[in-house]
Design a protein around this ligand. Structure first.
Ligand code: HEM
Length: 508
């Protein structure tokens, strides 16, 4: 029996041998490749919705909890959109600086396409020569240190007006709605700086801008499940189109008025942003010979307004309740102001560089309550491998600055405590060079309004704390202060803060 079988035996044996070694070689060969192709870990995704159901109403908090389980570089699928969430300083450095150029674009969204004339502004435009041009225009003509200084008298005048009105409330022993007052003050300052006159009763551009900001901040299913976009289930597309038409008409009216004023030779002492941009129109050339036209101007105006309106007020309105909950910090800050400014004088912008404790209070506020806890989304421009994980082109990148600000490895175990002293004797800067602290983002897409935003926050906070003592309305203890957040383009406190002022300076 054996001999007849013999001739046939070597063949299957050879096949088996070849199959075995072949598979081994393939495995050995594939292993490193698979390593390179490895996706970052993340929760399993459902069909259609992916991981959207895991985001909850406060996504920065949900993503923080998920990152504890899956790690600082985590994969998600938001509807049909692949995403990577970054939640440690080391990982943030890799994405925002080491490979900055790969992640320097923003994802397209329906709201930015509609409201920014096809992403023609700066915030949501794709990385490339157009964005560079717009960014250069904004940083050198609108947001440079000299331009920020130019509007100092406007900030001083508007803030003095608010102090006067709070003095009246103090005399009448009335509580002040700080959220309302600070919000209106910042809005007025920014509006006048951008559009000039505040007389917008005829077109209510402020109201329209506010609605536009709400629409941009809303979760839009069309951005994540594109095949549902034509159904407009949430009615957002209709509202966006209606709002953008009205905003466009109102902006046109304001631009026309500026042009007419220029024609009849009315030269304003302090130019606003519309004036400055009009003077750049048709003349602004760079190495790409691009010219700024009317649509570019409108898109930039809308983007700057979006960046300027809510951000500074939100920081101030997180700092205030923290100061009320921590009376010793409030006392220390008032003591610094008394020593550095004096009780017979109001705070001036020139005082700000000497106010080092104020700086620590602002930093600690931004660590615990970053205005943009997830910064602004970036998008991956090409396939790349980071830390052994393959990240595909068009993946959305979300940096969880809120989570990084609560990392106990960096900030010790009292991360939830409001403790400005943790910034004492550190070189931690606002500009995003220190990846444990990213209130203005980092890298080439970092915030260009940093200087204006910081001056606005520090000046208003210092003035209100210097001019008044603050108490919570009758019967309310600081521990009862509601610190609930509400998620949107920025993350403010959900409820208004009311407090009783008493005047504390020795001047009227
Ligand atoms: C305290 C106030 C402010 C805070 C905390 C803040 C925060 C931020 C953050 C976190 C980003 C995203 C950065 C990134 O992706 O890395 C950003 C971008 C931006 N901010 Fe601000 N911002 C503030 C004030 C302002 C002001 C006053 C303006 C304009 C007048 C402004 C205009 C912008 C613009 C245009 C961008 C987009 C930049 C780009 O994509 O190239 N911001 N800001």
């Amino acid at each position: 029996m054996l001999p007849p079988l013999l001739p046939s035996h070597p063949f299957p044996l050879l096949v088996a041998f070849l199959f075995f070694t072949g598979s081994l070689l393939l495995l050995l060969h594939l292993k490193p490749t698979q390593g390179r192709q490895k996706q970052p870990p993340g929760p399993p995704a459902w069909p259609v919705i992916g991981n959207l159901h895991l985001l909850g109403t406060l996504p920065h908090r949900s993503l923080h909890s998920l990152a504890r389980r899956y790690g600082p570089i985590m994969s998600l699928r938001l509807g049909q959109v692949p995403a990577v969430v970054v939640s440690s300083p080391e990982a943030a450095e890799l994405f925002l600086i080491t490979h900055d150029v790969v992640f320097a674009s923003r994802p397209k969204s329906q709201s930015s396409e509609i409201l920014s004339y096809g992403s023609k502004g700066m915030i949501f435009s794709e990385y490339g020569p157009y964005w560079r041009n717009m960014r250069k225009l904004c940083t050198s003509h609108l947001l440079s240190a000299s331009k920020v200084d130019m509007f100092l008298p406007l900030r001083r005048e508007e803030l003095r007006r608010l102090v006067k009105s709070i003095e009246k409330s103090a005399e009448a022993r009335e509580a002040v709605d700080l959220t309302e007052e600070v919000g209106r003050l910042v809005e007025d300052i920014m509006y006048k700086m951008i559009f000039g006159s505040n007389n917008d009763g005829r077109c209510d551009l402020k109201g329209l801008v506010r609605e536009a900001l709400n629409l941009v901040g809303a979760f839009n299913i069309a951005d994540f499940v594109p095949f549902l976009a034509p159904l407009d289930i949430q009615g957002l597309t209709r509202r966006l189109l209606k709002n953008s038409k009205k905003v466009d008409e109102a902006t046109e009216t304001i631009i026309r008025e500026h042009e007419e004023a220029l024609l009849v030779g009315q030269n304003r002492e302090h130019k606003d942003f519309v004036h400055i941009l009009l003077s750049c129109m048709d003349t602004y050339n760079d190495q790409h010979n691009s010219v700024i036209d009317r649509t570019n101007i409108k898109a930039v105006l809308h983007d700057i307004t979006a960046g300027a309106f809510d951000t500074s007020a939100t920081v101030i309105m997180w700092a205030f309740p923290e100061l009320l909950r921590n009376p010793s910090v409030m006392k220390k800050l008032q003591l610094e102001l008394d020593n550095q400014v004096g009780t017979s004088k109001m705070v001036e912008e020139a005082d700000l560089p000497r106010l080092t404790y104020l700086d620590m209070v602002v930093k600690e506020t931004m660590r615990l309550h970053p205005v943009g806890p997830l910064l602004l989304p970036r998008v991956c421009r090409e396939d790349i491998t980071i830390n052994g994980y393959c990240i595909k082109k068009n993946t959305r990148i979300i940096v969880n600055a809120w989570s990084i600000g609560r990392d106990p490895k960096i900030w010790s175990h009292n991360v939830e405590l409001f403790c400005p002293e943790r910034f004492l004797d550190t070189n931690i800067d606002y500009r995003g060079y220190d990846f444990q602290f990213l209130p203005f983002g980092s890298g080439r897409r970092g915030c260009p309004g940093l200087q204006l935003g910081l001056i606005t926050v520090k000046l208003i906070l210092a003035q209100l704390v210097h001019c008044f003592n603050w108490k919570l309305p009758e019967g309310m203890s600081p521990d009862e202060l509601d610190m609930t957040e509400t998620f949107g383009l920025v993350v403010p406190r959900a409820n208004h803060l009311l407090a009783l002022p008493s005047y504390r300076l020795s001047i009227n």
